[in-house]
Design a binder for this molecule. Structure first.
Ligand code: GLV
Ligand code: MG
Length: 347
């Protein structure tokens, strides 16, 4: 086992010091773009003004004959986005694919100083993180970068879920994790062809009554268990959990419900795969103004966070003070980037 004191040492001579605390950034949506398409690249700067994170996707959904064009397209896009307010991320191909090595080496050589996060798909265990961690340290040293690129894992295999705690604590380079419901469904042999969301067959039925009235039934959330495990693993290690993709663009209500469940459970954001999902994520992952106002009243009523007070008939103590602080801290981070929200919060 690695000695605790070595955990924060750079993994290559000349590589930057790992972050002790990950940078505080607003990441309500990770907006996916296909960088091999010229029209998309042409709009990247405009998009970067609207989203918190812009991601160039190189993995699934990119045709095999466009893999290289996507890689080079991302290099062009990231170069263009120098100085843009959004975070710049890429999703590289999987570790066992024929494209991974060139994805990482080319992108680090060309735009490694502009890249914030590499999203690594199909992570199965800490060993996958250790490999990319070492490789990135070598490339950062080789190219003389002073800021480490972070790693974001996609949790999308049964083996990954089994090892989620080890993945979350594998390296100080870990930024966070996203739930990938499409690949995870396949890996588990779940019987669905959807990308996230509920399923009409996954429900709970009320008991029959003596009069034989129609029985109430409600759909359940098939992702609740995994999301909860992922949130605990991330929170316990000081990194950020995210819900991933919602594939039915014709059902914004269901997308909003899925995103909101994730937000309430502790997630920082979700993926937006379609422009219509940007606004949904912005609304959901920014705290509700009424909730912010109430949370501020709690903080004001208990300036040192100790003791107990009653507000509108509700008991407040140290624990609700901490809950209120989570909401107000997030609202302040949102307000710094989003003047419309700042006005709603009265900051
Ligand atoms: C995302 O990559 C997923 O598989 O859901
Ligand atoms: Mg996937």
């Amino acid at each position: 086992m690695k000695l605790p004191r070595d955990f924060y040492r750079p993994l290559a001579v000349g590589a930057p010091e790992p972050f002790r605390e990950p940078p505080v950034r607003l990441e309500r949506m990770i907006h996916f773009t296909p960088p091999h398409i010229e029209k998309v690249r042409a709009k990247a700067a405009e998009l970067a003004a609207q989203v918190d994170v812009i991601l160039g996707n190189l993995e699934d959904a990119i045709p095999i004959d466009a893999k290289e064009a996507a890689r080079l397209g991302f290099v062009a896009m990231a170069t263009m986005l120098k100085g843009a307010p959004a975070g710049v991320w890429t999703r590289v191909n999987a570790l066992n694919s024929p494209w991974f090595l060139d994805d990482v080496t080319t992108i680090m050589a060309e735009v490694g100083d502009r890249l914030d996060v590499i999203m690594l798909p199909k992570v199965e265990g800490a060993w996958d993180i250790h490999y990319l961690d070492q490789l990135l340290a070598q490339l950062e040293a080789k190219h003389g970068f002073r800021k480490p690129v972070l790693i974001h894992a996609i949790l999308e295999t049964a083996q990954g879920v089994k090892n989620v705690e080890e993945i979350a604590s594998a390296s100080p380079r870990m930024h966070g994790m996203s739930l990938g419901p499409a690949d995870l469904a396949a890996s588990r042999a779940m019987k669905t062809t959807r990308v996230g969301g509920g399923h009409p067959g996954y429900r709970v039925l009320a008991d029959p009554d003596a009069a034989g009235a129609p029985r109430a039934s409600a759909q359940q959330d098939p992702w609740h268990y995994t999301l909860a495990r992922m949130v605990d693993a991330c929170a316990a290690n000081g990194i950020k959990p995210f819900y991933g993709p919602f594939g039915d663009f014709s059902d914004p209500e269901a997308c909003e419900a899925q995103f909101r469940n994730a937000f309430i459970m502790g997630c920082a954001g979700a993926w937006s795969l379609h422009p219509s999902q940007i606004q949904i994520a912005k609304t959901v992952f920014s705290p509700d103004p009424q909730e912010v106002a109430f949370a501020r009243r709690i903080l004001q009523a208990m300036p040192d966070g100790a003791g107990a007070v009653m507000l509108d008939g509700k008991m407040q103590d140290d624990a609700t003070w901490k809950q209120a602080k989570v909401i107000v801290d997030l609202a302040r981070t949102v307000a710094e980037r989003d003047p419309e929200r700042a006005a709603l919060y009265n900051f």
